[in-house]
Ligand binder design. Structure first.
Ligand code: SP5
Ligand code: ZN
Length: 342
């Protein structure tokens, strides 16, 4: 399996995040991608290929250009105002605030577009964010050209980013950009299976009204877990998209028995949809020792996950999302890929 990777990911290094009332070191850190790459090389998964450049239109197919402007220039504006650290919002848009005007000020734009206290912009973040999207696009292009499987080693991750909001360590929704690219290249139906521990709220928002993308999400229930506000079982999609969003929320403490039953249901829905291409939002924060998560999957379960996904018999692009047990993230992520390859 070819691996698409850019060392530019390391240009995004979060100065930290708000966690349980304290400003703590970031869980989403550059070592994550480096350890996954090392493990992929150690098992000879396949060649490591640099991403190609792509025109910005592929990003504006999914995201509000004003949000992309903020991601590109917000950190420089922050520094020009004499501020240190990362560009974090202080206020957040919510019910009752003006919905009809995007603010001019940096603070206002951060409030408008960013939805949490864990996703700062730094001076060089944009280069990493853009390279991550290009890693996804390069993988999608390879699938469009006939590859059976691809691993896009994206960092920063993407599935919490919506069309006009970002958070959850995510800025551009890499899997959504890849899905749209595949449709633009002639695919009729694309399925996304999101196995990250957290609900992929951004991906859901982007495709909620569409039937050319089926989204299946297996995740910790928002009754207990981030992002708290989306990802419930009663979100089937709307309009033309009704029936094309399937949420499979699971409680804290879910082990492989419970998780694999949801995977089976999700795979059956994917098979019924008969997509041209399958994209996997690959988070391995379902691992038992993940520092911010409450599921109980172990190394061998990730191999079984890959084996089940392979049985769908579809061209498949894996796109890296979360996973914060850094020492073991390589084994866990690559086990899914080697399980898939068989
Ligand atoms: C891509 C991805 O996996 N993003 C995850 C973002 C989660 N951010 C905050 C999670 C807050 C959960 N509280 C953890 C408390 C641990 N002491
Ligand atoms: Zn996650």
């Amino acid at each position: 399996m070819d691996i698409i990777f850019s060392p530019d990911h390391a240009l995004h290094q979060s100065p930290g995040e708000l966690n349980s009332g304290e400003f703590v070191p970031a869980f989403e850190k550059p070592e994550r991608a480096e350890i996954i790459l090392s493990r992929a090389k150690a098992v000879d998964l396949g060649p490591v290929i640099a991403p190609d450049p792509f025109p910005a239109e592929h990003l504006t197919r999914i995201h509000d250009p004003r949000m992309l402007d903020l991601l590109r220039t917000g950190a420089a504006e922050w520094a020009a105002q004499g501020r240190q650290g990362g560009a974090f919002p202080f206020t957040f848009f919510t019910r009752g605030f003006r919905a009809d005007r995007v603010p001019q000020t940096l603070e206002g734009r951060l409030a408008w577009f960013c939805f949490d206290a864990g996703t700062p912009l730094t001076a060089t973040s944009w280069q990493a964010i853009e390279s991550s999207a290009h890693v996804a696009l390069t993988g999608a292009a390879a699938i469009a050209q006939g590859k059976r499987s691809i691993f896009s080693l994206c960092r920063p991750p993407g599935h919490h980013a919506g069309s006009d909001h970002y958070g959850g360590y995510c800025f551009i929704n890499n899997v959504a950009v890849a899905a749209q690219y595949l449709l633009d290249q002639g695919a009729k139906r694309v399925a996304i299976l999101d196995v990250d521990y957290h609900h992929g709220n951004g991906t859901q928002q982007i495709f909620y009204q569409r039937n050319d993308v089926l989204l299946v999400n297996i995740h910790a229930t928002p009754d207990q877990e981030y992002p708290y506000l989306l990802g419930f079982a009663d979100e089937p999609g709307a309009g033309a998209g009704e029936g094309f969003n399937l949420n499979l929320p699971l409680p804290w403490g879910t082990d492989w028995a419970g998780w694999s039953a949801a995977l089976e249901a999700g795979c059956q829905r994917v098979a019924e949809y008969a997509p041209d291409v399958l994209l996997i939002s690959l988070g391995v924060d379902t691992y038992i020792k993940d520092p911010i998560s409450q599921f109980k999957l172990d190394h061998a379960h990730f191999t079984l996950m890959g084996e089940r996904i392979a049985k769908l018999g579809l061209p498949t692009q894996f796109i890296m999302e979360g996973g914060y047990a850094v020492a073991e993230i390589g084994v866990n992520a690559v086990n899914v890929l080697t399980g898939f390859e068989g």
